[in-house]
Design a protein around this ligand. Structure first.
Ligand code: ASP
Length: 372
C-alpha cells in the first residue's frame, strides 16, 4: 500500500520569528520528521475532463512548497500508493498509517500526516487510541484549497505542522507527545477535534478543550493543556478496530419502527446515541423500552449530545435520567468522532460489553473530561 519515494530534504533554515516562541532542537542534530501523505484536498488537482478535484502524488505536492527547503530538518516522506479523498477513509487506512508510524517510530522525532479534512477528526481520534503509549508528535494537517492554488492554506499548514512536530520543550523533549490537528491558527488535541467549517480556513475546533497551541506571528504552546503519559512505556499499536458500531441521531418524530429497525442492525455492538441538549431523549415508554431491550441484548449505547459545545448530564432532566435507567452510558463531553472510534477500539480489544462500559467512563488518552 505504501510508496517510499527516494526523497529526502535536509536543508538549512534562515532565522524565523517563530524561533522566539518555540524551542526547536538546538543541538547539532537536526529534527527528523516523516511526512505520511494519505491524500485530501492539499494534494489534489483538477481533473481536466470532469473538473472535479482528485488526489495527486506527493512529488507534485512538494514541488509546490519550496519554502519547506528553508527548514533545517531532515524530512522523509511516504505516501499511500493511491492517495485518497478522506471520505474514503476506513479502519484499514488507519492501520496503514499506524503501521508506518510504528515501523519508523525510533527513526524519527515526529510525524506529519497529510490528510483530507472531511474525516480528519475521525482519523485523529482513531490514531490516538490505536497508538498506545505514544510519546512523539503525530501532527495531522491538510488544507481547504489545493496546494497548487495561489491562495492555498496548504503551504502554511504543512510548514507549521513540520515546525510543531520538531518543537521541543526546555528539557529537550518533544513538545507534543500526542496526536494533534494543526489547522490555520490552532493546534488542537486530535481526539477533541471536530470539523466545523466546509469553507473557513480555520476549519477545526475543540469545543470542549482548549487549544494546544495558538499560531500567530509565532507558535505559542499552552503547556498546561498538553497530554503527557503518566509514565513512559514502549509504543504499542492496536490494529483491530471493530467496525460494528454506528450513530443513531435522534430527531423529533422518530417512529418506534425506525428506532427498532436501527437497534436490530445485524452484528451491531456499539451505538453512539446523538441526543438533544444535555443528553436528553424522548421519555415515552416505547422509546425507553426499545433502548432497554437493546442494552439487555448486550449492545453498548453511549450518549453524546448533538450540541457542538458542552456535554451530557444524564441526571439533569427526567428525559436524560430515563436513559440511565435503560442502561445508556454517559459520553460526558466527548466528541462524536472520539466516541465512535473509542467504541471501535474497545470492541477491537475483544472486551465484553460491561467492560467496554467501564472504560467509557474514564479517559484513555485525554479524550473526555469526567466530572464526578
Ligand atoms: N474531500 C476532501 C477530503 O477530505 C476535503 C478536504 O481535504 O478538505 O479528502
Amino acid at each position: 500500500m505504501w510508496e517510499f519515494p527516494n526523497f529526502c530534504i535536509s536543508l538549512r533554515t534562515e532565522i524565523t520569528i517563530c524561533q522566539f516562541f518555540i524551542s526547536l532542537s538546538m543541538e547539532t542534530k537536526r529534527p527528523k520528521i516523516l511526512i505520511i501523505y494519505t491524500g485530501g484536498t492539499i494534494g489534489m488537482m483538477e481533473n481536466p475532463v470532469t473538473h472535479t478535484l482528485q488526489p495527486f502524488d506527493f512529488s507534485h505536492l512538494m514541488e509546490n512548497v519550496p519554502k519547506v527547503q528553508l527548514l533545517d530538518y531532515d524530512i522523509d516522506n511516504i505516501q499511500f500508493s493511491s492517495p485518497i479523498d478522506s471520505s474514503n477513509m476506513n479502519p484499514q487506512h488507519w492501520s496503514e498509517i499506524a503501521k508506518a508510524i510504528e515501523k519508523n517510530y525510533d527513526k524519527y522525532d515526529g510525524f506529519v500526516v497529510l490528510h483530507g479534512t472531511d474525516t480528519m477528526a475521525f482519523t485523529a481520534s482513531a490514531l490516538s487510541f490505536m497508538l498506545e503509549n505514544l510519546s512523539k508528535p503525530v501532527i495531522i494537517t491538510g488544507s481547504q484549497l489545493p496546494i497548487g492554488e495561489v491562495r492555498t492554506d496548504g503551504e502554511e499548514n504543512l510548514i507549521t505542522a513540520l515546525q510543531v512536530a520538531a518543537a521541543t520543550d526546555a528539557a529537550g523533549n518533544a513538545m507534543i507527545q500526542e496526536v494533534a490537528i494543526l489547522f490555520e491558527n490552532y493546534l488542537w488535541r486530535g481526539n477533541r477535534s471536530t470539523k466545523m467549517s466546509a469553507d473557513n480556513f480555520n476549519a477545526f475546533r475543540s469545543n470542549n478543550y482548549p487549544e494546544l497551541a495558538k499560531i500567530g506571528l509565532g507558535i505559542l504552546f499552552h503547556e498546561e493543556a498538553l497530554y503527557r503519559l503518566p509514565s513512559k512505556r514502549p509504543l504499542k499499536v492496536r490494529y483491530d478496530m471493530d467496525p460494528n458500531v454506528m450513530f443513531i441521531q435522534l430527531n423529533p418524530g422518530m417512529t418506534p419502527e425506525i428506532l427498532n429497525h436501527l437497534l436490530h442492525t445485524p452484528n451491531i455492538k456499539g451505538i453512539v446515541l446523538k441526543t438533544y441538549g444535555a443528553g436528553n431523549s424522548p421519555s415515552e415508554p416505547w422509546f425507553t423500552q426499545l433502548i432497554n431491550e437493546a442494552n439487555e441484548r448486550g449492545i453498548v449505547i453511549l450518549n453524546v449530545t448533538q450540541c457542538v459545545n458542552g456535554g451530557v448530564k444524564q441526571s439533569l432532566y427526567e428525559t436524560g435520567d430515563c436513559l440511565s435507567q435503560a442502561g445508556v452510558v454517559s459520553g460526558h463531553d466527548i466528541t462524536s468522532e472520539a466516541a465512535i472510534t473509542k467504541l471501535m477500539y474497545l470492541f477491537g480489544l475483544g472486551l465484553p460489553s460491561e467492560t467496554v462500559k467501564t472504560y467509557l467512563q474514564s479517559a484513555i488518552c485525554g479524550e473526555v473530561t469526567i466530572q464526578n
